[in-house]
Design a protein around this ligand. Structure first.
Ligand SMILES: [Zn+2]
Length: 417
């Protein structure tokens, strides 16, 4: 698509999304002189604390430059509504949690043409309103380009559209744009310094942030509704898969402990006989993750089994994936093994753990992976709530056992017990 047509379409989108954003409580601050960066090619890096970050960032940064190419997970080309639109819209499709040379070449080409890139370095949206690990390889990536880098940092975005419910809630979202590096900075700094400066400004935690601000977020459903999709382990009896939610209560079906969540997402024991070791959702989530990391490090025979449907990308634009078989997935130090059927035939294959740092979780149903060059997805919806979040975490932790750089990235976000 030529630049003029591209810019015209961008301006139309910007106007629609921007005016929609203005109806909500989105507070945008530019911490730099917009004129100085106007229309300059930049790399715009954004957190992915919520599904809606994309529209917040995209529309708002357009007021500095409309010459920006988004880098998007390759499965989005197959998403209903978005996929058909992307067919005519310049973007880079990137495979997630694996090396994607084709996408890297496209990014270099766009930068050479004087375009800007929008990237979400976490590779997937945040499960729990806190930073998802970012590979330290980002330092080397930015150093290669040596152009201005702008960071878009959000607060409250997760709380306004939590991953576990996807319901849009009314409440404030802050979007801050920082001019994080000049081309000259990147030339002088080494890769580790670049990564450290990036992470220091990038790291976020919406639950911790709002424990201080105490803003209310309200929607049709209570804020607790659906939270068993990320909080799968009871903090009292330590059993998994028994958490349920009703109105603003989070209840363990095994030991009966009950916790109440208010409009600010703060947690309290529901009655005097109930207990809660944490005051915040992120602390609960972190403790689950720490216990999982501990188990994986100590137990060489660690296994996580799930009943799944095997899916492939769907070309007919009605849904992202289509099922082609049924079976069982086993996650272990060896990798992710599928045993079951595919197109009516019995099959078994293993995707080595060394080939992926993690798995992206689409719609809280699918774990996306790559078999050779093909995208496949395991539909985990017949499993108990939260098991897909645990499985994605297990893959990240298992990969880190033999990848010290990835281990460093995980420990920065999820320190060990
Ligand atoms: Zn319990």
């Amino acid at each position: 698509m030529d630049t003029i047509k591209n810019r015209l379409i961008n301006r139309i989108i910007r106007t629609i999304v921007y005016s929609d954003n203005r109806k909500k409580d989105i507070r945008v601050t530019y911490h730099f002189d917009r004129e100085a960066l106007k229309d300059k090619p930049i790399i715009l890096l954004s957190d992915h604390s919520a599904v809606k970050n994309f529209s917040n960032i995209f529309a708002d940064y357009f007021y500095v430059s409309d010459n920006i190419i988004p880098v998007i997970g390759n499965v989005m080309d197959y998403a209903p509504k978005i996929g058909p639109f992307l067919k005519n819209y310049p973007h880079v499709s990137k495979k997630m949690y694996v090396t994607d040379f084709k996408a890297a070449v496209q990014m270099v080409r766009y930068i050479k043409k004087g375009k800007s890139l929008l990237l979400f370095p976490e590779g997937t949206h945040s499960f729990c309103g806190m930073t998802h690990p970012v590979s330290p390889a980002l330092g080397g990536f930015l150093k290669k380009f040596r152009i201005d880098v702008v960071l878009a940092s959000t607060k409250g975005a997760y709380l306004s559209t939590p991953f576990y419910s996807k319901e849009a809630k009314s409440g404030p979202v802050e979007v801050d744009f920082f001019h994080l590096f000049t081309g000259e900075d990147l030339k002088e700094m080494d890769e580790t310094e670049i990564y450290d400066r990036f992470m220091t400004h990038f790291e976020y935690n919406d639950f911790r942030w709002n424990a201080e601000h105490r803003y209310s977020y309200t929607g049709e459903k209570a804020n607790a509704a659906g939270i068993e999709k990320i909080l799968y382990k009871c903090p009292c009896c330590h059993r998994e898969g028994f958490i349920t939610t009703g109105n603003n209560r989070i209840i363990c079906g095994n030991c009966g402990n009950s916790v109440t969540m208010d409009d600010t997402y703060a947690l309290y024991p529901s009655t005097e006989k109930d207990t809660l070791p944490f005051g915040r959702v992120d602390e609960w989530f972190l403790s689950q993750r720490q216990e999982l990391a501990e188990e994986i490090r100590k137990n060489a025979g660690f296994l996580l089994k799930m009943n799944v449907e095997l899916n492939v990308l769907n070309e007919d634009e009605k849904s992202m994936f289509k099922p082609v078989g049924k079976g069982e997935v086993t996650i272990s130090r060896k990798g992710v093994t599928y045993s079951g059927t595919e197109e009516g035939e019995a099959v078994s294959f293993t995707l080595p753990i060394s080939s992926m740092t993690g798995s992206s979780n689409q719609y809280d149903i699918y774990m996306v992976m790559y078999r050779d060059n093909d995208t496949i997805a395991f539909d985990c919806s017949s499993e108990k709530p939260g098991m897909i979040v645990k499985a994605c975490g297990a893959i990240e932790e298992l990969h880190a056992l033999s990848d010290s750089q990835w281990e460093e990235a995980l420990r920065r976000v999820y320190p060990l017990l």
